[in-house]
Design a protein around this ligand. Structure first.
Ligand SMILES: *[C@@H]1O[C@H](CO)[C@@H](O)[C@H](O)[C@H]1NC(C)=O
Ligand SMILES: *[C@@H]1O[C@H](CO)[C@@H](O)[C@H](O)[C@H]1NC(C)=O
Ligand SMILES: *[C@@H]1O[C@H](CO)[C@@H](O)[C@H](O)[C@H]1NC(C)=O
Ligand SMILES: *[C@@H]1O[C@H](CO)[C@@H](O)[C@H](O)[C@H]1NC(C)=O
Ligand SMILES: *[C@@H]1O[C@H](CO)[C@@H](O)[C@H](O)[C@H]1NC(C)=O
Ligand SMILES: *[C@@H]1O[C@H](CO)[C@@H](O)[C@H](O)[C@H]1NC(C)=O
Ligand SMILES: *[C@@H]1O[C@H](CO)[C@@H](O)[C@H](O)[C@H]1NC(C)=O
Ligand SMILES: *[C@@H]1O[C@H](CO)[C@@H](O)[C@H](O)[C@H]1NC(C)=O
Ligand SMILES: *[C@@H]1O[C@H](CO)[C@@H](O)[C@H](O)[C@H]1NC(C)=O
Ligand SMILES: *[C@@H]1O[C@H](CO)[C@@H](O)[C@H](O)[C@H]1NC(C)=O
Length: 837
């Protein structure tokens, strides 16, 4: 015990003094060596363009509070190099500012420059213009690609050097990455050029002389000194390609991304903690959560196609910047336990002991008194009691216990001690701006601008047959009009017998609205697993000339895959069925094209360009009307909670606030016939489809509007609605942690600290009510606990006494605090649900 205390003290001082002093970074087979010291690194991915500068300090701080040492980000080439040699490092793309904030927080930075990144980001981060530089093939031994890649990487490296941001210069950057997930899955598409390219990329990176190591993930043949690293849900079994290289996990996925139309992925906190503990148990040295804060794909930056505007990722910090409980809290406790073992882990080689068929201990003990052990049970069903050093330990299935002194269990990955939270989106009506209220306007004033269905202004070009959508728009817009016309004779039978001809369309993607004579006839779309789709809808035709206008849309350019930049989109076949002639094929007819929409072209979402069209004012904006722009001037929502725009009553489109791009909205529902889970069993290997929810629900209802985009009044909200919705039902919603829960079992054998219910409300709020408290054998989940047969009737008053009015409170789960003689022989728990306000 005394020893343990000294040990803790020792760790406390090492923790105190090892905060990120700069220095050259090298490595050996065990770990990175920073300024001469071996270190274990826990890292958190936060992509700077997926939040806003106003959020960066808070996000970085929450990562630090969560026990993280380093922030990791990709560099987003196509956000920086808008056209060849024309660069953007402003606003969300202010990379230097982001890295400096990491440095100011006393944290390390891992910079994955790529510049190919995948990342569910449009075109995998590579600029679209590069595809049109003659002779370019992405990610292989292609001269123009290598030329532009090297030019951009050198630019980024020089920028970091100029600002002295590499650790070797006293900065925070300790690792850099070149390329991304190439070897294992994608190299095979590129034949002989692949190897030449990956070896070239490695050499080119090393020649940049940055004084810190380079990594390549999923690149088993990464040449020395580049370190090959692992990306997966588990990396404990990963072995780098040389015993001289440390074991690095560049992507541990604590959740997964979402696509429009698909269900919500979740990964349980217990399983993430298990994977991380196993990694360090088995000699891991750097572990990065991809993502720790996923954030938002603002504007049209998402890739896929079909990746949602939200990139929440079920990450430890949610899209809006709030810690996700219990995930964030559970991992924080895990990090603390790992840090307490760091000295032992780096000092000695492990001894592996078998404790059972699927149970083992890894003991880091060099005999000098510094000892740490990890006891694991990888059985996916059975809890086990194991004996380690003559002491018996209970090991839940699929869990790791961490013993920083080889005696006492400080943390078990399956025992969640952290509070859970009840998070609400609290609606608040759009309020007319104070300025307009002064003029006597109490109701919202809407301005409307209607787009033409089809060609506006001068047509871009006409040709027989179809062009490729992406080749034509080059991602300057999501929209491309394909228009043609047909003459219907007076003698067509359908005009007499009351039937409707059927329009049959095939498209390579991604989505489509079909108009005939300015009327919307129907829509169709692909999805994240297959962008292609078919459209089949009866249409209204009249005798004489009929205008057919098909609005084809991209929903995020592809972000990965062999030769992904060549994947096409747009129409491949258009036919009409049910005419006297039978089915007529319009595919080779004369088609006239228009790129984008008029409002888009005039950039009327920009405050300084608003009056380039004639808006029509009304207090009753039209509902269910396609191709309509809406504009309204509003006040910010009250308070300071993060804000989402509730678009559940709208169809599909784009939305901006004060000229800032919120993104694509589309509350498309997932199928209710798919399978969803009520409760996710954390035990057993996780895979993306394991714990899905949201069947039959809108894929994305709320769209994050960063607080820093609001002005005190006069905020201009501009919406482009493609197919029809009810704008009067749009609201802001404030994201609030409205309640906290904790369910903790007593453990008479527990070493100090005893199991404790610990509740902490968000800043500036306190516990205003105890909605539920039961010491006994309560059951259920946060928000729906219920009492069991064993219950101390004084539970609520005990908890109230300790917690009411406090921002945070703690109650040890011991009989001493409750009814001493309660239900003898039953092992008891305390469940609490409290409200914060
Ligand atoms: C890093 O190494 C270089 C070359 O060996 C040396 O000049 C420099 O001072 C070192 N930097 C630090 C911070 O130790
Ligand atoms: C475990 O107990 C045995 C005898 O019961 C003893 O010989 C041994 O030294 C003990 N081991 C440890 C690690 O305490
Ligand atoms: C995506 O569309 C294909 C048909 O193109 C369908 O088979 C598949 O089930 C869809 N996937 C989802 C997730 O809806
Ligand atoms: C994708 O969807 C299209 C149209 O729905 C279908 O024809 C095609 O077979 C699908 N492809 C795959 C790989 O599922
Ligand atoms: C796009 O255009 C390029 C030439 O610029 C052509 O090689 C390619 O095949 C086109 N892609 C599609 C899908 O049509
Ligand atoms: C009406 O005429 C069309 C075109 O000849 C034919 O395809 C359709 O079956 C007819 N419908 C009825 C109800 O007779
Ligand atoms: C229908 O067929 C006739 C005779 O082949 C042809 O002259 C006419 O153009 C066709 N009509 C349409 C709408 O294709
Ligand atoms: C549990 O492990 C067994 C044996 O390895 C395996 O067959 C089974 O699929 C696993 N079950 C789950 C739910 O992971
Ligand atoms: C939160 O508390 C700080 C002081 O701790 C105070 O300045 C601030 O006004 C409070 N904010 C709100 C929204 O109550
Ligand atoms: C409940 O609290 C009351 C008042 O403090 C006390 O008299 C009583 O003994 C308590 N009951 C139990 C079961 O602890």
């Amino acid at each position: 015990m005394k020893l343990f205390f000294h040990f803790l003290l020792f760790c406390f001082f090492t923790l105190l003094f090892n905060t990120c002093s700069a220095g050259n970074v090298t490595y050996d087979g065990r770990s990175l060596i920073i300024d001469g010291q071996h270190k274990l690194i826990i890292s958190a991915a936060i992509h700077y363009p997926r939040s806003v500068p106003g959020m960066w300090p808070g996000l970085i701080q929450k990562a630090k509070e969560g026990g993280v040492d380093a922030i990791e980000s990709y560099v987003f080439w196509n956000g920086h190099e808008l056209s060849p040699g024309k660069y953007n490092f402003e606003g969300r793309y202010d990379l230097v500012k982001f890295v400096k904030l990491v440095q100011q927080a006393g944290m390390y930075m891992i910079l994955r420059i790529g510049p190919f990144v995948a990342a569910e980001w449009h075109y995998g981060g590579v600029p679209v213009w590069l595809h049109y530089v003659p002779g370019t093939v992405f990610r292989t031994d292609s001269e123009p690609f290598k030329y532009h890649m090297q030019k951009f990487m050198t630019l980024i490296v020089n920028l970091m050097k100029k600002e002295k941001l590499f650790a070797s210069q006293g900065g925070p950057i300790i690792l850099a990455q070149v390329e991304n997930e190439y070897g294992t899955y994608y190299e095979k598409f590129y034949g002989e050029g692949a190897k030449r390219y990956s070896q070239w990329a490695a050499k080119m990176a090393v020649s940049q002389n940055i004084g810190v190591p380079w990594v390549m993930c999923w690149q088993e043949d990464a040449p020395d000194p580049v370190i090959d690293t692992c990306n997966s849900f588990y990396c404990d079994q990963f072995i780098p390609n040389s015993p001289k290289k440390p074991k690095i996990w560049t992507e541990n996925w604590p959740g997964w991304f979402k696509t429009f139309g698909a269900r919500d992925p979740h990964r349980p906190a217990e399983d993430i903690a298990f994977s991380v503990a196993r990694f360090f148990q088995k000699g891991g040295s750097v572990q990065n959560y991809y993502m720790y804060h996923g954030g938002t794909n603002f504007g049209r930056t998402s890739g896929g196609p079909f990746v949602t505007t939200s990139y929440d990722y079920d990450a430890p910090i949610d899209e809006y910047g709030l810690p996700r409980f219990p995930k964030w809290g559970h991992l924080k406790e895990l990090h603390r336990a790992i840090k307490l073992t760091e000295h032992a882990l780096l000092k000695s080689k492990p001894t592996t002991l078998s404790l059972g068929p699927s149970q083992e201990a890894d003991v880091y003990d060099d005999g000098s008194g510094v000892c740490a052990a990890f006891l694991s049970n990888v059985d996916n069903k059975t809890d086990m009691n194991v004996v380690f050093r003559n002491v018996s330990y209970h090991l839940p299935a699929w869990s790791v216990s961490i013993l920083p002194d080889c005696k006492n269990v400080l943390f078990n990955t399956a025992k969640v001690g952290s509070q859970a939270s009840v998070v609400k989106m609290v609606p608040e009506k759009l309020q007319p701006s104070v300025a307009s209220q002064c003029k006597g306007l109490k109701t919202l004033k809407w301005d409307i601008f209607e787009e033409n269905a089809g060609i506006w202004g001068v047509a871009d070009f006409t040709r027989n047959g179809f062009v490729d959508h992406i080749n034509t728009t080059k991602h300057a817009t999501d929209y491309l009009w394909y228009t043609t016309s047909i003459i219907v004779g007076e003698n067509e039978e359908f005009l007499k017998n009351g039937s409707h001809p059927v329009l049959l369309i095939e498209s390579k993607g991604h989505a489509l609205h079909a108009f005939v004579n300015q009327e919307l006839q129907g829509s169709a779309f692909g999805n994240g697993s297959n962008a292609s789709f078919k459209f089949e809808n009866p249409i209204s035709l009249k005798a004489g000339k009929n205008e057919i206008a098909l609005l084809s849309m991209t929903m995020g350019l592809p972000s990965a895959g062999g030769f992904y930049e060549w994947a096409g989109a747009g129409l491949t076949s258009v036919k009409i069925q049910g005419l006297n002639n039978g089915t007529i094929d319009l595919s080779m007819s004369s088609w006239t094209y228009k790129i984008g929409l008029k409002g888009e072209h005039l950039r009327i979402h920009k405050p300084d360009r608003l009056n380039r069209v004639n808006w029509v004012s009304t207090s009753e904006p039209p509902k269910n009307q396609p191709l309509t722009w809406y504009k309204v001037v509003v006040d910010p929502p009250s308070g300071d909670e993060p804000v989402g725009l509730d678009m559940i009553h709208m169809g599909k489109g784009l939305v901006w606030l004060n000229g800032e791009e919120i993104g694509r909205y589309w509350p498309v529902k997932t199928s209710k016939h798919q399978e969803c889970v009520q409760e996710c069993d954390y035990r057993g290997k996780f895979f993306q489809e394991k714990c899905l929810t949201g069947c039959g629900e809108p894929t994305q209802r709320w769209y994050h509007v960063p607080r820093s985009w609001f002005k005190p009044s006069g905020n201009i909200l501009v919406i482009f609605e493609e197919k029809g919705g009810d704008p009067t039902k749009i609201t802001f919603s404030k994201r609030k942690i409205s309640g906290l829960c904790s369910l903790i079992a007593e453990d008479p054998m527990a070493y100090k600290p005893k199991p404790t219910v610990h509740l902490k409300c968000p800043k500036n709020t306190s516990i205003s009510n105890v909605k539920f408290a039961s010491f006994g054998n309560p059951t259920g989940r946060c928000g729906s606990y219920s009492k069991g047969h064993c219950h101390d009737p004084n539970s609520t008053s005990v908890v109230k006494k300790v917690c009411l009015g406090k921002n945070e409170c703690a109650i040890e789960v011991t009989e001493e605090n409750f009814d001493k003689g309660l239900c003898p022989g039953t092992s008891k728990k305390l469940a609490v649900e409290a409200a914060c306000s």
